[in-house]
Design a protein around this ligand. Structure first.
Ligand code: ADP
Ligand code: MG
Length: 825
């Protein structure tokens, strides 16, 4: 069913705020359906929406609705246009007349009114425009402009369509207009697929004609170098001055599948019809959007709106994310991100999506580039900006993935199937061959998943259908007494869906008789069960009948076990995100700041010494070694005696990053003579020392690294991992935005490769993970308080002792931004 819109009279009423502001016209498009029970998107939930960031009143210039016919325009051609423009729903040709402000009115503007920015067309209206002009329209589908008009018509765009082409009277049976200025307005959206050389002229014409938004498909702008960037800046300025929005340039436009408005030249539209559904997509790659929509389409996935944002000259990814969070047609959001214009917008939007019950799945390009930066600290080299992005996404409840295809298939599962009830549950594999049962189970662990532990009810049900000896998971249906029994399969699946440890059922199907019939049994059982069921058709084309059965049942499927496991892993991450979102906000532990007064001495600028850094973290309650900074041998011996043997001596220099590489760390000094000897050796080192640090020799059972840094745009982050000198080699680290809750810190520790050691392996006692988590929480508050003043901070190692005996930082290093360069001090 198509969306209906209010008639012209209503429009006149809604737009009735037009007067009063110095003749400015209020942009109040009645772009919503409040009656008629149309599509889901219009089922009464839609409220008139205006961009929150802008005042509603302002100027969105429009040319008069009624315009004299262009010379040479024949009445039949006009009639045809009108027919096209007025689909069966007796939709108005146009909303209320919008007039240019009269000269007098313009001169009569108050200063306040002049200062007001022009009102801009809300994104919801750009995505669902009432009228679309295609500039560079053509009959030739080999051209961008030819495809845009072709796809608009083919997919059933029901608004007013205005081909713009100076050389033709008609295109695809529609009146063609020689320029946007000649076309009857108002025009909500113009799609531009013209050569870059003509772009500025066309954008100016659109601005002058009062077009609401331009979707600029043309590429080779900021993406092609400084000249293109300069042109892009001019386009942006022209559009901004007119209150006209821009999507792109260098994008593939957008698909509004819900309303059948395909404003795109993407070949993904070479299908009869895209299926409407709940998956929304915002992507910085147009071609990837096309591939993903097409992949989803093949799997029977349904989309709501897919937007390719291109160079983001004006509207950016976060603007569309914001729109999708509010969009009633969108139930799951997918993002392909290369770089954000304003990264600080992301986390709040992700949290809002969570609060709205919409999972967000995201692929961020550039992971392999991460860590390339030369860094003074371990934390900076281990926690590059990609890792920071991932950590921020995860903390805000989003699912970060590497593979865009998995993003779409997982989004489809979340759209058409129930989510995992909660994180950490097991998987029940159900297969019809020993080989697929065993190999699928073998692969589970590689995806961080496990076979479920069945409860007694499940066991009892299975025992009805198979010999007791075969009652276990994975289930091989070949061991049913009657292996063609549909009742046995149904009985077991029902039991699985009710088992408290079974979060999902995975059904890898191999070639067998009646594959399609067997496949068709699954969707109703899965729907009853309220748990995700992942169906994998492992066969090639002989499996197509089974795939078609799934399509017919409106049920997702995968083509490979690895694909299904990656999707399951994403569902697990989604459940973790849901859990995390439900937690209360972090609470500052007693004694963890806030920072009061000036930072510790010596921390005014740049690199801090070990002792200075330790004082800073000790002020937040982190345990550090007892130590004394000395200048002479006699002082060193006195300090060692006061601390108690054995001690450690370290040469102090801000210029040195790794002390032990230069022989500046002398461990295990058991008496005064060894202290003297070590002191002399440090004096001989090839660096100028500020002094010598005498500290207690601490003991621990494992070495952790704790770190913190501030990522511009994303904020403070903390890191924990396997510490010691091999940190960069092992790269066993977890990152999260600060501040943390104790639960977050424990979850980070559990995700480490080192975790089994912390739990106690091979007869070794468990270690004090709670103490490590607390140290991490305290450090996170320091990072949060320092804000942009914190460049980087490492505690490596933090020695972790047996359970109940705590931990202690034996080394520390930090770099702070000078107070005047930072902001938070
Ligand atoms: P750097 O990392 O600059 O080379 P550290 O101060 O971390 O220097 O010392 C190197 C190693 O020596 C540490 O990883 C740790 O294993 C050990 N170490 C350093 N200080 C102590 C200490 N006070 N107690 C026990 N071991 C220590
Ligand atoms: Mg160290």
């Amino acid at each position: 069913m198509r969306r209906q819109r209010l008639g012209p009279m209503r429009v006149g009423v809604r737009a009735g705020g037009a007067s009063g502001q110095g003749g400015r016209v209020r942009h109040a498009i009645p772009h919503i359906t409040l009656r008629g029970g149309g599509s889901e998107a219009s089922s009464g939930k839609v409220k008139p929406r205006r961009e929150k960031t802008r005042p509603a009143l302002g100027r969105w210039r429009r040319r008069p609705l009624v315009q004299g016919p262009r010379s040479g325009r024949s009445p039949p051609a006009r009639a045809k246009l009108q027919r096209r423009a007025s689909p069966a729903s007796s939709r108005p040709v146009r909303a209320a007349p919008r007039r240019r402000p009269t000269k007098a009115a313009r001169h009569g503007e108050t200063a306040e009114a002049i200062a007001m920015p022009p009102a801009r067309l809300p994104i919801a209206h750009i995505v669902n425009p009432r009228s679309v002009a295609v500039i560079g329209a053509s009959e030739d589908v080999g051209k961008f402009g030819g495809r845009v008009i072709h796809y608009l018509i083919r997919h059933g765009y029901a608004g007013r369509l205005l081909p713009i082409n100076p050389n033709r009277p008609a295109i695809r049976g529609l009146t063609a207009w020689p320029g946007i200025g000649a076309a009857p307005g108002p025009v909500d959206v113009a799609v531009l697929a013209v050569p870059a050389a003509h772009l500025l002229r066309e954008i100016e014409a659109c601005a002058a004609a009062g077009v609401g938004a331009c979707i600029v498909i043309t590429g080779k702008l900021a993406d092609a170098g400084p000249e293109g960037a300069a042109l892009e800046a001019r386009l942006r300025a022209v559009a901004a001055a007119a209150g006209m929005r821009l999507v792109g340039p260098n994008c593939l436009g957008l698909f509004n599948v819900t309303d059948r408005a395909m404003l795109s030249s993407s070949l993904a539209l070479e299908v009869e019809r895209l299926k409407p559904g709940g998956i929304g997509m915002v992507s910085q790659s147009g071609a990837l959007t096309g591939a993903l929509v097409s992949l989803g389409h093949r799997h029977g996935a349904g989309f709501s709106r897919c937007i390719s944002v291109g160079n983001q000259a004006d509207l950016e990814l976060c603007d569309f994310l914001d729109y999708l969070v509010e969009d009633p047609a969108t139930r799951v959001i997918t993002l392909y991100v290369e770089g954000l214009k304003d990264p600080a917008r992301l986390a709040p939007l992700l949290r809002r999506a969570r609060a709205a019950g919409k999972p967000v799945l995201c692929v961020k390009a550039g992971r392999s580039e991460a860590g390339a930066q030369a860094a003074r600290s371990h934390t900076a080299s281990l926690a590059g900006s990609h890792a920071a992005f991932a950590a921020v996404c995860r903390a805000a409840g989003a699912v970060l993935l590497d593979d865009p295809a998995i993003m779409v298939l997982a989004a489809d599962m979340l759209d058409r199937q129930p989510p995992l009830p909660r994180p950490g549950m097991g998987v029940a594999v159900v297969a019809s061959s020993g080989g697929s049962t065993v190999t699928t189970t073998d692969m589970l662990a590689g995806f961080g998943l496990r076979t479920a532990r069945m409860g007694p009810a499940t066991r009892a049900e299975m025992a009805r259908w198979m010999p007791e000896s075969h009652v276990h998971l994975p289930l091989d249906t070949g061991s049913f007494h009657d292996n063609t029994s549909e009742a046995a399969l149904a009985g077991c699946l029902r039991a699985f869906m009710a088992d408290p440890d079974i979060g999902a059922v995975l059904v890898p199907m191999t070639t067998q008789p009646a594959m399609a019939r067997r496949a068709a049994l699954l969707p109703p059982l899965a729907r009853e069960g309220g748990r995700p069921l992942l169906y994998v058709m492992m066969a090639g084309e002989v499996g197509d009948a089974a795939r078609a059965a799934m399509q017919a049942a409106d049920f997702p499927y995968c083509d490979h076990v690895a694909q299904a496991l990656a999707v399951l892993r994403a569902l697990e991450a989604e459940a973790e995100g849901r859990d995390r979102h439900a937690l209360p906000p972090p609470q500052r532990p007693p004694g963890a700041g806030p920072l009061a007064g000036p930072l510790p001495e010596g921390s005014g600028a740049g690199a801090l010494t070990e002792a200075e850094t330790k004082r800073l973290v000790a002020a937040y309650g982190l345990p550090v070694t007892r130590e004394v900074l000395v200048a002479t041998e006699a002082e060193a011996v006195a300090a060692a005696e006061a601390i108690g043997f054995p001690v450690v001596l370290k040469g102090v220099s801000r210029a040195v990053v790794h002390k032990s590489d230069l022989g500046l760390v002398r461990l295990g000094l058991g008496d005064a003579a060894s202290v003297r000897e070590a002191f002399a050796a440090l004096q001989a080192a090839p660096v100028t020392l500020e002094g010598v640090l005498v500290q207690e020799m601490a003991r621990g059972a494992a070495e952790l690294i704790l770190g913190a840094r501030h990522e511009p745009g994303l904020g403070p982050l903390v890191l924990v991992g396997t510490g010691g000198v091999l940190v960069e080699v092992l790269r066993d680290v977890q990152l999260a935005p600060a501040p943390l809750r104790p639960e977050d810190a424990m979850a980070m520790l559990r995700r480490l490769g080192l975790w089994p050691v912390l739990e106690g392996v091979r007869g070794r006692p468990p270690l004090d993970a709670a103490a490590a988590a607390e140290a991490l929480v305290r450090l996170s508050w320091l990072a949060a308080d320092l804000g942009p003043r914190l460049v980087e901070l490492d505690l490596n190692p933090l020695l972790l002792r047996a359970d109940g005996q705590g931990c202690i930082a034996v080394d520390a290093r930090a770099t702070l931004q000078p107070a005047d360069a930072g902001g938070a001090a």
